[in-house]
Write a protein that binds this ligand. Structure first.
Ligand SMILES: C[S@@+](CC[C@H](N)C(=O)[O-])C[C@H]1O[C@@H](n2cnc3c(N)ncnc32)[C@H](O)[C@@H]1O
Length: 283
């Protein structure tokens, strides 16, 4: 495992993923019933954009670094970034565990899984003051099996949000692990909402993935994507997307505001854009 998210934190893919994650949290907390969130590939929770890894790649400059002006479509996301920076410093970027803890409530529970020991230790420190967060040093795919359906000590929690955010070190081969794991999780926790993040190099190469996603045993599946440039190079991450399984009611309306705002702010050339497709349409 060579991947370290500290080199990539705050890049355009993080911005998309985290803006959508916050919309998911807000939609799912519209009801008072408790929610269980599982972050299968959690990372370290907080990232220093002035640290050596982030400075070496400069990726955040083309991500969060482009969002310096107020942006009505991204208000929710930018408020969360501001809240993190008020707490931790101006050059900090929050990871998904911090954002989940920020957006969810006292009655909710959050399980974060990370496999790299050093990242786990940092994550424990970052989440130490968050009683609703449990950090697990374990394989996130295994956690999909072990921690779903969610249970609390008092009662079964019937609602859940699962973020699956792997590093794609084995490129398209990651889907051969992620999609069966998702299918298995849906078998045991069918009412959960799941978001699988994926990179886009050549979008047409993803057609088999959409076809496989269409066979998932889900009520509905939505693909939400932002390209920051034309997807004509297989060597670069030209954009990214999330397959959202069982999205909450009206999430698509929220994303119709967020995705164009992201494409406009992060777009680098005329090939930039956004799209949202129902892979499985709601009943
Ligand atoms: C893309 S990063 C996660 C970023 C994080 N979700 C966020 O949004 O801030 C992927 C993380 O997964 C970790 N990882 C890789 N394989 C894993 C596995 N099988 N189980 C759990 N974590 C894993 C990596 O060490 C890395 O920190």
């Amino acid at each position: 495992m060579n991947y370290r998210h500290a080199f990539h934190a705050g890049n355009h893919a993080d911005v998309l993923k985290h803006a959508v994650l916050l919309e998911l949290c807000d939609a799912l907390t519209a009801k008072p019933a408790p929610l269980f969130a599982l972050d299968t590939h959690a990372g370290r929770g907080l990232y220093a954009l002035d640290g050596a890894p982030a400075r070496r790649t400069g990726e955040a400059d083309d991500g969060i670094g482009r969002l310096t002006a107020p942006n009505a479509g991204l208000r929710r996301y930018l408020e969360a970034i501001d809240a993190c920076r008020a707490e931790h410093g101006e050059r900090i970027y929050p990871g998904s565990p911090w954002l989940l803890a920020h957006a969810l409530r006292e009655q909710d529970r959050i399980a974060c899984c990370e496999i790299v020991p050093d990242e786990v230790e940092r994550l424990r420190v970052a989440m130490a003051s968050r009683p609703q967060v449990a950090v697990h040093a374990r394989d996130g795919y295994g956690a999909l099996h072990a921690l779903l359906p969610p249970r609390s000590s008092e009662a079964r929690i019937g609602r859940g949000l699962v973020l699956i955010d792997p590093a794609y070190e084995n490129q398209m081969g990651e889907f051969d692990i992620a999609l069966p794991a998702l299918r298995d999780a849906l078998g045991r926790f069918p009412q959960g909402t799941y978001a699988l993040w994926y990179p886009i190099k050549l979008r047409r190469a993803l057609q088999p993935v959409y076809r496989r996603a269409a066979t998932l045993p889900a009520k509905s599946v939505l693909a939400a994507e932002v390209l920051v440039r034309k997807d004509d190079s297989p060597l670069r991450m030209n954009g990214s997307g999330l397959l959202i399984v069982n999205p909450p009611w009206k999430l698509d309306n929220r994303l119709r505001v967020v995705l164009p705002a992201l494409a406009q702010a992060l777009g680098e050339d005329a090939g930039a854009g956004w799209r949202m497709d129902w892979i499985v349409s709601p009943p």
